[in-house]
Design a protein around this ligand. Structure first.
Ligand code: FES
Ligand code: FES
Length: 199
């Protein structure tokens, strides 16, 4: 049986689904408030406490603000880059509770209590992380715009069950684009760290 649905109705369903999905990601106390008929998505702000690079941060945040914009616009952590702002390039990758995510796709208010690590929190003082050293050694960047996201994504990958070959690494890093085409050098740097080489 064919079901006909108008474009307008389809868009309404899509938008409703997106809003409900966003509501489902909120902490429970925020969900109840969100479902009150007098409230609208446009009017909420919440006090959110989270850890950024090991420091506790509390901010009153508009519910529409992404984690990426919180980092860049409110906390001045501009190492995390905004490329596509649509989840396609990986320039905005950060770690949340040890897992890599694209921060442009994640609402900041859903990160109450989370531990976020950005590229600014990777080195230990003046001592670069082995991945950062390996990127330098293998010349794994040209313009450098994608590099923070590549390194954060690679950090996440180190703890994932990714296969051993270069092809496996390319697949595991496929969410991070590099317009300069430094892919072979990026893979070489990651593989050196994975296989215990000394950058
Ligand atoms: S800016 Fe987030 S994926 Fe491109
Ligand atoms: S080094 Fe230029 S986009 Fe990757």
């Amino acid at each position: 049986m064919k079901i006909r649905i108008s474009r307008r109705r389809f868009n309404q369903v899509l938008v409703s689904g997106t809003i409900l999905s966003a509501i489902n990601q909120l902490p429970r106390r925020m969900q109840a408030q969100a479902m009150e008929p007098t409230n609208s998505l446009a009017s909420w702000t919440y006090d959110v406490a989270l850890s950024i690079n090991g420091k506790k941060v509390t901010r009153n945040i508009d519910s529409r603000v992404t984690l990426l914009d919180l980092l860049r616009e409110q906390l001045n952590l501009t190492g995390t880059k905004k490329g596509c702002d649509q989840g396609q390039c990986g320039a905005c990758t950060v770690l949340v509770n040890g897992k890599r995510i694209k921060s442009c796709l994640s609402l900041a208010v859903t990160h109450e209590g989370d531990a976020v690590v950005t590229i600014e929190g990777v080195a230990e003082g003046d001592e670069l992380h082995p991945l950062q050293k390996a990127f330098i050694k293998h010349d794994s960047f040209q313009c450098g715009f994608c590099t923070p996201g590549q390194i954060m994504s690679a950090l996440g990958l180190l703890k994932e069950p990714c296969g051993q070959t270069d092809e496996d690494v390319r697949e595991c890093m496929s969410g991070n684009l590099c317009r300069c085409g430094a892919y072979p050098n990026i893979v070489a740097a990651i593989q050196e760290v994975r296989h215990g080489g000394t950058p």
